[in-house]
Design a protein around this ligand. Structure first.
Ligand code: ADP
Ligand code: NI
Length: 192
């Protein structure tokens, strides 16, 4: 039903995130979308189009990038596309529950929300998670050591916060990659 809206959403984020690099570029959103679709395909009774739209729009009102209130960017886009009001509400509810920093320890109560949250978290671990952590550090003028601290404060905890079986499986490999990286990093730092 919303096939065209999903295509339009890809265009919308392409434009909206133009000029951003590192942690929150359009690549991040597209990977979260892909992760979420991969997970959703393994679930039964899941509203794929809601998952797709929530994933594509999950960062369009992120306060670190935009000073919008009440999901203004997402709502304006979805209204323009004539998405049903109740679906707009479902999508915004998911978006608001996805972020780890805003919702420490909270899990969305819908399957669709849980899937998008897993999709977002998967992009913070593994090789991409490592690249993003150092890109974030660079953007904020921080030391490499501060990105390593972030591994311990956040990234290494994500594996146990996954909602879905598919998410857990993918997270397991990516988590191991973080551990291997840290091990090698510490070894090289010691001159070994
Ligand atoms: P979200 O809003 O989805 O919770 P963030 O905006 O906090 O995610 O983070 C975006 C990216 O930047 C993630 O890959 C995250 O690991 C990384 N990041 C966030 N804070 C830090 C930090 N203090 N040091 C290094 N990387 C960070
Ligand atoms: Ni995100």
């Amino acid at each position: 039903m919303y096939e065209q809206v999903i295509e339009e959403a890809k265009q919308f984020i392409e434009t909206l995130f133009a000029g951003n690099s590192g942690g929150h570029d359009v690549g991040h959103t597209l990977r979260v979308y892909q992760n979420a679709i991969t997970i959703a395909q393994k679930e039964t009774d899941c509203r794929m189009e809601i998952v797709a739209l929530a994933a594509l729009l999950h960062d369009v009102d992120d306060h670190k990038l935009f000073s919008t209130e009440n999901n203004e960017n997402a709502r304006r886009f979805l209204k323009q596309q004539q998405v049903k009001q109740e679906d707009i509400e479902s999508i915004c509810q998911i978006i608001n529950l996805v972020s780890f920093s805003k919702n420490k320890g909270r899990h969305p109560d819908t399957l669709e929300g849980r899937i998008v949250q897993d999709g977002d978290r998967l992009d913070a671990i593994g090789a991409i998670g490592i690249a993003r952590a150092f890109a974030y550090g660079g953007e904020h003028g921080r030391t490499m050591e501060s990105s390593i601290d972030h591994f311990h404060e956040k990234l290494l905890l994500l594996k146990d916060e996954m909602n879905t079986e598919t998410g857990k499986e993918i997270a397991e490999n990516r988590h191991q990659f973080l551990l291997d990286f840290l091990c090698e990093y510490e070894k090289e730092m010691k001159g070994l």
